[in-house]
Design a protein around this ligand. Sequence first.
Ligand code: HEC
Ligand code: HEC
Ligand code: HEC
Ligand code: HEC
Ligand code: HEC
Ligand code: HEC
Ligand code: HEC
Ligand code: HEC
Ligand code: HEC
Ligand code: HEC
Length: 319
Amino acid sequence: MGRPLASVFALIACLAAAGIAGLALPTGAASQAGGASGAAASSAPSASPGELVGSDQCGQCHQEPAAGIGKTVHGKILLQHPRSQLEKRGCEACHGPGKGHVADVTNTAARGPFGKSSKASAKQQNAQCVQCHDKGEHLFWRGSVHELRGLACTKCHTMHSPASDRYLLVKKTEPEVCSQCHVVKKAQLLRTSHMPVRESKLTCGDCHNPHGSVTRKLIRQNSVNENCYKCHAEKRGPFLWEHAPVRENCLNCHDPHGSIHDKLLKVKRERLCQQCHIPSRHPSQAHDPRTRFVFNRSCLNCHPMIHGSNHPSGEYFLR
Ligand code: HEC
Ligand code: HEC
Ligand code: HEC
Ligand code: HEC
Ligand code: HEC
Ligand code: HEC
Ligand code: HEC
Ligand code: HEC
Ligand code: HEC
Ligand code: HEC
């Protein structure tokens, strides 16, 4: 996908950000939070200072949650070193103004969008987070598959007692987070030939941005091949003799998660090639398993440079 399209998306994302944040306001009119700057958002829900009680008060009754978040990056920035009006609200930056709740702690409706008694939708909850997290990584959250399917940020993240060392995840590792729902992918990664995700050499997030992307299937890069080249740079070329299906899409032959055929091949070797090369100079029927067309590396016995060749006479990828 080209740059002009990307910037159109960016524009849409910005417009949507302004619009939806406005709709989800707990207290009504959308006004710019005074002094919000830098990483913090510009469209904070309005709250007159009188509705805020301050994090110290919350902490007096909720000692455990306060201690928990104190150890995370939110505690360190929002509670200790706030850089904007919004960050200064501390607990209330996420939970919303607390005056109503403190006045009557039995009133479940006044407890804000989070917690067991909350009836807030995923969208309303996410709006709290998106106040601050709407740039970079998060530019394409709105309209992403995960947003459209109603995932809350808290399906993957937890704020007070995270299970992971980084990124405040609900599970110890990222693949475990994704496997909560994507069980088929989890199973594929257990196949004999698999991307070394379970060996921790890479993770789902190396290829996917769970917060959205301009590329289909949440691929981080502009295309599948760009993604693969990031780590398999030698496959990028340029080659004197290119193999068309490689240039087009690595997934013509490989499965990016796992396969029962070695080297992550989607199909058994000679069949893989014969999907496209039926009328070659070789016999084109199904081969006897004992021949050199099937044995060992099959077609690759003679055509090893299948990703492209730089040899002057590498036209047939023989060298
Ligand atoms: C005077 C004590 C007190 C203060 C101050 C207080 N709370 Fe509470 N809060 C409670 C009580 C009591 C409950 C109900 C607990 C329950 O039902 O288990 C509660 C419930 C909650 C819940 C819902 C918990 C759940 O699992 O549903 C949240 C969220 C919460 N408070 C956040 C805050 C925040 C943020 C502040 C500061 C703005 C705050 N509280 C200030 C006493 C207090
Ligand atoms: C970065 C956003 C954020 C901040 C800041 C924050 N919370 Fe929370 N809080 C949440 C979310 C989200 C939940 C829902 C459970 C979860 O995902 O961890 C929650 C849950 C709670 C609960 C319900 C009980 C529980 O542990 O599930 C209480 C009580 C609470 N928070 C109090 C506080 C207090 C007190 C502060 C300030 C010291 C605070 N929170 C700061 C986001 C935040
Ligand atoms: C008031 C602003 C603010 C709000 C609201 C807020 N955050 Fe953050 N969050 C930050 C800042 C600041 C950081 C530090 C890193 C950065 O600048 O991005 C951070 C970091 C994070 C990180 C990365 C932690 C790490 O270990 O690297 C996650 C995940 C996160 N926030 C999720 C959430 C979620 C989910 C919510 C809503 C429940 C939320 N945040 C609400 C300001 C906010
Ligand atoms: C489907 C799971 C999932 C959902 C839903 C999700 N996240 Fe994340 N998030 C992750 C994972 C996994 C990471 C770790 C780094 C990565 O792979 O991008 C992460 C990283 C982050 C970070 C730190 C990285 C950075 O540079 O910003 C922030 C902040 C964050 N998420 C905020 C949010 C917010 C806000 C929402 C809701 C609007 C949200 N996330 C929804 C899975 C998720
Ligand atoms: C090496 C890169 C890579 C890794 C690692 C990876 N994926 Fe993928 N994933 C892809 C590519 C490429 C596609 C297909 C894109 C397409 O069809 O255009 C894809 C597709 C998907 C799809 C959509 C499937 C469909 O049929 O529509 C899901 C869901 C998915 N991946 C989840 C995961 C999860 C969960 C993990 C981690 C456990 C993971 N992926 C790890 C590259 C990767
Ligand atoms: C709470 C459930 C849940 C979790 C956790 C989750 N996903 Fe998803 N994911 C979904 C749903 C629902 C869809 C939409 C599936 C569909 O429409 O077929 C989806 C779709 C996808 C797709 C396909 C996108 C497309 O365009 O079709 C990818 C890729 C993906 N998720 C990656 C991830 C990754 C990576 C993680 C972990 C960081 C993750 N998911 C965690 C629920 C989840
Ligand atoms: C974040 C880095 C990364 C990305 C992105 C990536 N790979 Fe890999 N890939 C690896 C690593 C690491 C290995 C294991 C190499 C090893 O163990 O020697 C590997 C191995 C492979 C293998 C060989 C498997 C085997 O059994 O030897 C194939 C084929 C492969 N990748 C194809 C792809 C394709 C296709 C893509 C794009 C969809 C892709 N890779 C994207 C890191 C990556
Ligand atoms: C026409 C089918 C085809 C396409 C398209 C294809 N490959 Fe391969 N690839 C193979 C075959 C066959 C093997 C096994 C080679 C062997 O056994 O020597 C392989 C092996 C690999 C390996 C492991 C061995 C090595 O050479 O390092 C990696 C990594 C790899 N491919 C990456 C890629 C990437 C990245 C792309 C996209 C740019 C891609 N492949 C496109 C057929 C293909
Ligand atoms: C997705 C279809 C596809 C697959 C799978 C595929 N190829 Fe190709 N291959 C092509 C196309 C298209 C060309 C270019 C043909 C042309 O330029 O006339 C080509 C060219 C070639 C050439 C160069 C000969 C020529 O006519 O230019 C050889 C040799 C070759 N492929 C071998 C293989 C082998 C071996 C495999 C299995 C590892 C394989 N191909 C898998 C589509 C495919
Ligand atoms: C014993 C070695 C050997 C094996 C095994 C082999 N090839 Fe070839 N192939 C060649 C040679 C040599 C040429 C070049 C012929 C020429 O120069 O006239 C060639 C040419 C080709 C060509 C281009 C000419 C044409 O007929 O279109 C294709 C396509 C091709 N092979 C596909 C395959 C496929 C698919 C397989 C596996 C089923 C395979 N080859 C197995 C040696 C082999």
